[in-house]
Ligand binder design. Structure first.
Ligand SMILES: C[S@@+](CC[C@H](N)C(=O)[O-])C[C@H]1O[C@@H](n2cnc3c(N)ncnc32)[C@H](O)[C@@H]1O
Length: 204
């Protein structure tokens, strides 16, 4: 099970939406150039998607969600934007799919982001496959940015019965470099860590 009932309630709550908007995303995306064409992996109930959509300069946001029910829900919320952008703002494409096998061509996006979702990817090997896919779909010079939770007993309790494979932040730089990224930065904060990495521009 990706998320248990307590966890689903948390992720869909006003409290989480406020924390994402006021604290988490401003910290994770500080100084990150998303560019006009961005991808979000693992949007869940859309709290992070709504904040991304308010970012200056974003023309198109694609989101890929592995859970069919959440993907359908996101399509209902953002569907009108897909038909041409209700009230202006970025156009949204909602895809039911897996971040470890992305359905877009190489070099498609200016940026790829994922927030508080890596621990739901069921093994370190699958997490590494997601990093490799993020790298593949980025254009040279494009940025991969995101965050995930730090593991502690309370957090583990909330994830009782969930798919939950924490990412130790100390391992992340090596793993992102192995996926092909350069300019990797990982920073531990309160309850979460953030990271950013760049797909290198070929020389010559
Ligand atoms: C804890 S929620 C976070 C949602 C949102 N990013 C937020 O912060 O509110 C994690 C989401 O990632 C999704 N997810 C897990 N593995 C995934 C994968 N391999 N590809 C795409 N989405 C995935 C889950 O279904 C869930 O909706």
């Amino acid at each position: 099970m990706p998320m248990n009932l307590v966890h689903r309630r948390l992720c869909s709550s006003e409290k989480w939406a406020r924390a994402v908007e006021d604290r988490l995303l401003p910290w994770v995306l500080d100084g990150v150039p998303l560019g006009p064409d961005a991808l979000e992996i693992g949007p869940g109930y859309g709290a992070t998607t709504r904040v991304l959509l308010r970012r200056e300069g974003l023309a198109r946001l694609s989101v890929v969600e592995v859970d069919a029910e959440y993907a359908a829900r996101l399509r209902r919320e953002f569907g009108d934007r897909a038909k041409g952008g209700v009230g202006g703002g970025a156009e949204v494409e909602v895809v039911h799919g897996d971040g470890t096998a992305l359905p877009w061509p190489d070099g498609r996006f200016d940026s790829v982001a994922c927030f508080t979702m890596l621990h739901h990817v069921p093994s370190p090997a699958r997490q590494d496959a997601l990093f490799a896919e993020a790298h593949r779909v980025l254009r040279p010079g494009g940025v991969f940015a995101g965050c995930d939770s730090l593991s502690n007993w309370r957090w583990r309790l909330i994830h009782w019965g969930d798919t939950c494979v924490p990412v130790p932040p100390a391992t992340l730089e090596t793993r992102l470099r192995a996926a092909g990224f350069t300019e990797v930065a990982v920073e531990v904060g309160t309850g979460s860590f953030r990271f950013r990495a760049v797909r290198a521009v070929p020389v010559g």
